[in-house]
Write a protein that binds this ligand. Structure first.
Ligand code: SAM
Length: 356
């Protein structure tokens, strides 16, 4: 692609594009606040209402709520009737914004850039001096925010691995690498009581959280260990290994992938879920959440990996690079599968060779 083509701007000129960006940036921040304060959940259950009625229903301060409502009207998130000064959240928009929206909740995702901005001064310093930001610096990526976004059901993801649901029902050994707060592993452990699940993560806080959640759910077939995935010593121990959005965060992703291949039993499968993207920038121009993922990548993924002198793959490392690295790790066969309802995710199913 010609460099000039990449330089195209929307009709109306660059100045208008930048003004619209400033408005969108503020709208995004306020959508996150709307999610966090429960305003979208409150409004989803209300007919057209005044700011006073909305603030009362949500147990919130009217003056702040009124200003927020104005911004949401300008952001075309809410409808406004000047006649009786009422605001309304139509159900087709609520379906993307409330807690009930679950995996579809873009309202939940809107919180993340704000939460990540706590490390912005450190990231700016990294632009000048290199290095990264350790996981412990992210005090705002707390359990609540992760859990809201992590409600994505794992069952449809598991379906991309042929036979695995049957095998999980009968009973197999499963490890999840970089399990974070354990939401997905706990979900799997609850759904498949005959299988045994182990979650590994380098973060002590994440593992502590995962253990608390497992206990609260009364799960006895799951346990969690603090472990650097790059030094995993397991050999032919697991029938299924999963890794959700974590391989690109690793300092040493090549060692991690080799370790996973070694840790699988012959015929075992590795399910790696990643951001669906191309490794070529020019093929990501129309990515539905491309800028957002590049933003995440700088603020968290690359910063985390480089804080450990790592490779700094980044969230947008892309399918081509992922396939190349899975092959390099020694997997016998790799398929990349898309799930229709998950527009920004891709599932790689990598197989270890069968014993002949
Ligand atoms: C984006 S989070 C994903 C968490 C979880 N898999 C999920 O989908 O909710 C990435 C996780 O990778 C973990 N991680 C980063 N480097 C690691 C390492 N060297 N070994 C194990 N875990 C690591 C982080 O602590 C973090 O919990």
């Amino acid at each position: 692609m010609e460099a000039r083509e990449l330089d195209q701007v929307k009709p109306g000129g660059f100045e208008q594009q930048m003004r619209s960006l400033l408005n969108t940036q503020a709208t995004g921040l306020l959508v996150g606040i709307g999610y966090k304060t429960g305003l979208f959940d409150t409004m989803a259950g209300l007919p057209p209402s005044t700011s006073r009625q909305i603030a009362l229903s949500g147990g919130l301060n009217e003056r702040y709520v009124r200003e927020w409502l104005s911004a949401m009207v300008l952001g075309r998130i809410l409808d406004y009737n000047p006649g009786d000064q009422t605001y309304y959240l139509p159900p087709e928009r609520a379906a993307w914004l409330t807690r009930k929206a679950g995996a579809n909740s873009l309202g939940s995702l809107a919180q993340f850039m704000t939460a990540l901005s706590e490390v912005e001064p450190m990231v700016v310093k990294c632009f000048k001096d290199g290095g990264g930001v350790p996981g412990t610096a992210y005090t705002r990526l707390g359990q609540a925010e992760w859990a809201d976004a992590g409600t994505q059901p794992v069952d449809s993801v598991l379906e991309v691995v042929p036979d695995v649901t049957d095998r999980l029902s009968k009973g197999i050994d499963v490890a999840d690498i970089g399990c974070g707060g354990g939401e997905k592993l706990n979900m799997m452990a609850g759904a498949f009581p005959n299988s045994q699940f182990t979650g590994y993560d380098i973060s002590e806080d994440a593992i502590a959280n995962a253990r608390v959640q497992a206990k609260a759910k009364g799960l006895v077939n799951v346990h969690f260990e603090v472990e650097d995935a790059a030094t995993l010593g397991d050999v032919e121990k697991w029938d299924l290994v999963t890794a959700f959005f974590t391989i690109h965060d690793q300092a040493k992703p090549r060692s991690v992938l080799r370790g996973i291949e070694r840790a699988l039993r012959p015929g075992g499968a590795f399910l790696m879920v990643e951001v669906a993207a191309s490794s070529r920038l020019e093929e990501n121009l129309d990515h539905p959440l491309g800028s957002w993922h590049y933003g995440w990548s700088i603020m968290y993924c690359i910063a985390g990996s480089l804080s450990q002198n790592g490779e700094g793959l980044g969230a947008m490392w892309g399918t081509q690079k992922a396939l190349e690295m899975l092959a390099e790790a020694g997997f016998a066969r790799v398929d990349a599968e898309r799930i229709e309802s998950m527009i920004t995710q891709v599932c790689f199913v990598a197989r270890k060779h069968q014993l002949s």
